[in-house]
Design a protein around this ligand. Structure first.
Ligand code: NDP
Ligand code: 8X3
Length: 259
């Protein structure tokens, strides 16, 4: 087992869903948390919750991972005690729209590619050299089943998550010979704000995604991330594909009622 006590864990997209649960779960193991996202009021509330429940240190900051200069600036400006990041959870991400490619909204495409691919790269490029230099670290990329199976109208979201799958493999290869570990956690349906964001705030449509089936919870994913990071140093969990029991692939979902 690798102890997570006093490890500095950076979680991107910690204001909601998987990121929020992951920050709480690491804090329960005694890790100190660096949390970022765009909605700072939510981060502040999470920071207070973590401090009072677990007594660990938390540093939160506003970050839009699409903004390359802001990524570089934010990490350069971190207080010294926060610079030795031991675990990076590349979680910030989103889907926008569910349209055919011929009817797709190009702003939606830009937002997905800029966040899920370029944002992940900007943060990784900023944090990873320190891990290599210190001979210690772990990158956890949040991919998706959408990065393993293409589904109708998933087109650009699928492409962005296939990119995460490729980058996860590429990172592992490029880091071979260092002790830095690389893991991709690739879930299916999890009920978070993901579908509300995908459908631009249409809560009814978002609800129908999970209707009549039991989705995964953010805590299920957080537990798996923490488990992966607490394996002994010689064990690298490369990829975990996890789905609800009610799901066999992105297009095969068992529902007890029709949405
Ligand atoms: P949520 O919408 O609940 O959370 C997404 C998080 O990402 C929020 O904290 C949001 O923060 C952050 N985020 C989005 N854009 C940016 C940005 N430009 N800069 C910084 N942070 C950003 O969804 P989930 O928790 O479900 O999603 C987390 C990850 O899990 C995503 O990568 C998603 O693709 C992946 N995933 C989700 C699945 C699901 O079914 N829910 C299944 C498989 C993978 P803020 O808006 O405050 O910036
Ligand atoms: C989220 C899961 O199936 O909606 O990545 O693409 S899915």
């Amino acid at each position: 087992m690798t102890s997570l006590r006093n490890t500095i864990v950076l979680v991107t997209g910690a204001s909601s869903g998987i990121g929020r649960s992951t920050a709480l779960r690491f804090a329960a193991e005694g890790a100190h948390l660096l949390i970022c996202a765009r909605r700072t009021e939510r981060l502040d509330a999470l920071a207070s919750e973590i401090r009072s429940a677990h007594g660990v240190k938390v540093h939160s900051f506003a970050l839009d991972v699409r903004d390359r200069a802001a990524v570089e600036r934010s990490f350069a400006a971190l207080p010294d005690e926060w610079k030795r990041i031991g675990i990076l959870v590349n979680n910030a991400g989103l889907s926008r729209g569910l349209d055919t490619i011929q009817q797709g909204n190009i702003d939606d495409w830009d937002e997905m590619i800029d966040t899920n691919v370029k944002g992940l790269l900007y943060v990784t490029r900023t944090v990873l050299p320190g891990m290599v230099e210190r001979n210690s670290g772990h990158i956890v990329n949040i991919g998706s089943v959408a990065g393993h199976w293409v589904y109708p109208k998933g087109n650009v979201y699928n492409a962005s998550k296939f990119a995460v799958t490729a980058l996860n493999e590429g990172m592992k290869m490029d880091l071979l010979g260092t002790p830095v570990r690389v893991t991709s956690i690739d879930p299916g349906l999890i009920e978070t704000e993901f579908s509300i964001v995908r459908f631009h705030g249409d809560e009814q449509r978002a609800k129908s995604v999970y209707q009549g089936m039991t989705p995964l919870t953010p805590d299920d994913i957080a537990e798996t991330i923490v488990w992966s990071c607490s394996r002994p140093p010689h064990v690298n969990i490369s990829t975990i594909v996890m789905m609800p029991t009610d799901q066999a692939s992105p297009t095969q979902v068992h529902r007890r009622t029709t949405p």
